[in-house]
Write a protein of this length. Structure first.
Length: 133
């Protein structure tokens, strides 16, 4: 799995989740992906109890109503990467890009993407680090 590869190689990444059971590792920066208000609020309460600080919302994936009411930072990915558009995405990757990598990207495809990012001498950082710059 691509997620295991990222963890094993100490590559920073964010994971959009909609269930607290998806939290399995402290080396991942989790983003609340609860689509409806109640689901988002429940996961957010869990984040607070576990000292997971994250006030980011991914537009189109996180509850827009909750994010708007709580004044969370709303982030729009600049590129959606699927297995079907990987080849065209490779040349478009550049500084400051926010990639949303979908679950259908295989391990080998993920490695190709990471190698392309590295060949362009770009850093892979947490989303919170990017928005704080």
């Amino acid at each position: 799995r691509l997620e295991d590869y990222l963890l094993d190689n100490n590559i920073k990444f964010n994971k959009l989740i909609d269930n607290k059971d998806d939290i399995k590792n402290n080396n991942v920066e989790y983003i609340n992906g609860g689509k409806d208000y109640k689901a988002f609020e429940e996961l957010n309460l869990y984040f607070k109890r576990e000292d997971i600080v994250n006030k980011l919302c991914i537009v189109g994936y996180s509850s827009s109503k909750y994010c708007y009411e709580k004044k969370y930072l709303k982030v729009v990915p600049t590129m959606d990467v699927y297995a079907s558009n990987l080849v065209s995405s490779l040349d478009l990757v550049g500084p400051g890009e926010i990639l949303f990598i979908h679950d259908n990207l295989s391990l080998s495809e993920g490695k190709i993407l990471i190698n392309k990012i590295r060949s362009k001498k770009l850093n892979i950082i947490y989303l919170s680090d990017l928005v704080s710059e």
